[in-house]
Design a protein around this ligand. Structure first.
Ligand SMILES: *Cc1c(COP(=O)(O)O)cnc(C)c1O
Length: 381
């Protein structure tokens, strides 16, 4: 029965709802979560957390549980202090609690930055192919997205990039180093050239996304924040720390940036359970970084063996490898399916001609290499 003034509305999908125009017809982020024996598609760390750390997490979470009737430390001071200590120790640059901010994954850090420095009437630029979430979170925050160029070898074309920045005068510039999905590290000189170009156009934020820096052959770009208040480095515990399920990301920048994001963060955004878990993980940094060393060796092995099989491989400073090229019928997606048919899930990021494989355990990588060797045989038969 319909009461007076009520209208029946037939909703068959989200586009029938009164959602924002810029969201109409769009797809959500969605790497396939398929139940396959070997999953090398989302750049996770293949090693579960070591048992002593699991025990320590249980202890610290139990401790936190005793005061879950209270809101958590809104400013996550203890956690930010430990993150600052980790950065100072590993990135050859001294930072303190006032330089560091943490949130639920670096995706939330990026969202807070875009809510603060982007938004309606403002724009952000990234150099693609790169991390698709920079564009998606821009859209979600009403920030216009500008797709900047890259060279054919996936390095940043400094001349074209500075020209694009001068032309568009973006409010936020994203530089991902090492880049996802290509694995390409960015030189400090390139970051400095882009930062100068961005500030010349107008004062604006430059975000260096270092989600994979622990896997790099080179150093962190963190020291560049000194004397550059509009430069932010973002980090995550999802990859090197093997804690994608934890959802803990952080940034390092001038203290004023840390103050600025407080304007948009939700009160008590970082739960007491999350803070306790992250603190426990940071107590075990050395063990976790030892896994990173193994993964770097496996990454280099994948590069070498794929090249020996005749594939093109983009040099990688991350925990994954971009390989190709697949120009035949069906392109990269057909090959993605053929590898999946052999029980191995890799990633088709939509970069024409290329696929991406995450470095897994030696056994997982062998399974992947067997699958692609098998393909080669089939194609040359
Ligand atoms: C995986 C990844 C992140 C991490 O996101 P979290 O929200 O911290 O899990 C950030 N940036 C890039 C480039 C990534 O690939």
């Amino acid at each position: 029965m319909e009461g007076p003034g009520q209208v029946t509305q037939h909703v068959t999908g989200i586009d029938d709802l009164p959602i924002r125009d810029e969201l109409k017809g769009k797809s959500p982020y969605g790497a396939p979560q398929l139940d396959v024996p070997v999953r090398l598609n989302t750049n996770e760390n293949p090693y579960p957390l070591p048992e002593p750390l699991v025990q320590r997490i249980a202890e610290r979470v139990a401790e936190a549980a005793r005061s879950l009737n209270r809101y958590p430390d809104r400013d996550a001071v203890e956690l930010r202090t430990e993150l600052a200590r980790y950065l100072t120790r590993t990135a050859k640059h001294q930072v303190g609690v006032e330089n560091v901010w943490a949130a639920n994954g670096s995706n939330e850090v990026i969202q807070q930055l875009l809510q603060t420095f982007g938004g309606p009437g403002r724009t952000a630029i990234g150099f693609e192919p790169s991390y698709s979430m920079h564009g998606l979170i821009s859209r979600g925050t009403g920030t216009g997205w500008i797709s900047g160029p890259r060279n054919d070898d996936f390095t940043i074309d400094v001349e074209a990039a500075t020209k694009a920045i001068a032309e568009h005068a973006p409010d936020v510039t994203f530089i991902t180093s090492p880049n996802n999905p290509t694995g390409t590290a960015v030189e400090a000189e390139t970051v400095l050239a882009l930062y100068e170009a961005a500030q010349a156009a107008k004062p604006s934020l430059v975000v260096v996304d270092e989600a994979y820096i622990e896997f790099s052959h080179g150093d962190s770009l963190l020291p560049l924040i000194a004397g550059r208040p509009n430069l932010v480095v973002s980090r995550t515990m999802s990859k090197a720390f093997g804690a994608a399920g934890l959802r803990l990301g952080y940034l390092a920048a001038h203290p004023a940036v840390v103050d600025a994001v407080q304007l948009v963060r939700l009160p008590y955004h970082l739960s007491a359970v999350t803070q306790a878990t992250a603190l426990a993980a940071l107590e075990h940094t050395d063990t976790l970084l030892a896994y990173v060393e193994q993964l770097k060796q496996e990454r280099d092995r994948l590069v070498g063996e794929l090249r020996a099989l005749g594939y093109e491989v983009t040099p990688s400073d991350a925990n994954f490898v971009q390989f190709g090229r697949f120009e035949g019928e069906g392109g990269a997606h057909a090959v993605w399916q053929q590898i999946l048919d052999r029980g191995v899930l890799v990633r088709d990021n939509g970069v024409p001609g290329w696929l991406r494989v995450t470095a897994g355990t030696p056994e997982e990588n062998d399974a992947f290499l067997d699958a692609v060797r098998d393909l080669k045989k089939e194609h040359s038969a």
